[in-house]
Ligand binder design. Structure first.
Ligand SMILES: [Fe+2]
Length: 322
């Protein structure tokens, strides 16, 4: 079984979706075991999920400006987006990890550049994310529609300069940290199981649960990049960001389709256009813009050369013009 088919099977398993009763929602939260670092010691997400709450913070969901939706629709779309949020992280990280391993297999120079990514065990993430997805699929009244492993993104990763893969890896690691620390931590209104998955993801990426391949390790590797590799690395990071944006667009459309299934009818055409546009903007901000303007990311990019910050500003403006 290929990596792609394994992932598809994982995320597209069908079957009935039992509704969560009011009684189940009132049951006390199952006790979680925390390690010394504060991370959940088990990757299993203990249900049931509380569907009376929002899952994503508004800073990531970006739903308040969408006037076309009722309050119930907004909460449903927030929950749909939470599921696709974890799925997209899984897709991007699995693709990145698989491409790094594949390319390092036959080229010693590539292996040297990508060394921090070769220690990355993305399947640990996959177990964590898929456990949540299973709980979500069991509780939510519609099957979430999720993008398959993107061939176009995988192809771009295969052709891009190795240094650009390292830059993208740092981007995602810092995005993960920023989402939890700046947007989620301390917000007691959010669904607690989802918050704990984000906390666990943050722990892994900042190195509390795993010291190798941490954001700091990738950052140090970038600081040692040979000057001759920087130009192609920056150019291809830009291409990878655009390729991610294409995936996010596809997921935005699928999110709205899932919402329409929950509603039991399609949105009016003008409302639908507005909702899809808002989803595209919110996904883009969540996964791309937040990372590009992250202070630690900009600092790390400066070590690559004086032109790097201007290149980042150019990527942000090119994204907004797409
Ligand atoms: Fe991750």
């Amino acid at each position: 079984m290929t990596l792609g088919s394994a992932l598809r099977n994982q995320f597209f398993s069908g079957g009935p979706r039992p509704a969560v009763s009011f009684f189940e929602m009132q049951k006390p939260m199952p006790e979680l075991r925390f390690s010394e670092s504060g991370c959940v010691s088990s990757q299993r997400v203990p249900g049931p999920l509380d569907l009376s709450r929002c899952f994503l913070p508004e800073a990531l969901a970006g739903l308040v400006p969408v006037r076309a939706l009722s309050e119930d629709d907004r909460r449903s779309l927030n929950q749909i987006r939470a599921c696709s949020y974890l799925h997209l992280f899984d897709v991007f990280e699995l693709s990145l990890s698989a491409a790094a391993r594949q390319r390092a297999r036959t080229d010693i120079e590539v292996r040297e550049v990508l060394a921090p990514l070769l220690a990355l065990d993305c399947f640990d993430h996959h177990d964590m994310f898929s456990s949540f997805e299973s709980e979500f699929a069991a509780a939510f009244p519609a099957t979430p529609r999720l993008v398959p492993l993107p061939d176009d993104f995988a192809r771009t990763l295969t052709l891009a300069a190795p240094l650009s893969l390292l830059v993208l890896a740092l981007h995602f690691k810092l995005v993960t940290q920023q989402h939890y620390l700046a947007c989620v931590r301390g917000d007691e209104s959010l669904e607690p199981h989802f918050v704990r998955v984000l906390k666990d993801h943050w722990c892994v990426e900042c190195g509390a649960a795993r010291s190798c391949s941490s954001a700091l390790g990738v950052q140090q590797a970038l600081g040692q990049a040979l000057p001759g590799r920087v130009s192609a690395g920056l150019r291809d990071y830009r291409l990878l960001v655009f390729s991610c944006d294409d995936v996010l667009r596809r997921q935005s459309e699928l999110d709205v389709q899932t919402l329409e299934e929950v509603r039991g009818n399609r949105l009016a055409p003008s409302d639908r256009t507005a909702v899809v546009a808002a989803q595209v903007a919110a996904h883009r901000k969540t996964f791309l813009t937040v990372g590009i303007v992250n202070a630690a990311f900009v600092y790390a990019m400066r070590t690559l050369g004086p032109t790097a910050p201007a290149m980042l500003a150019g990527v942000v403006s090119a994204l907004s013009a797409r």
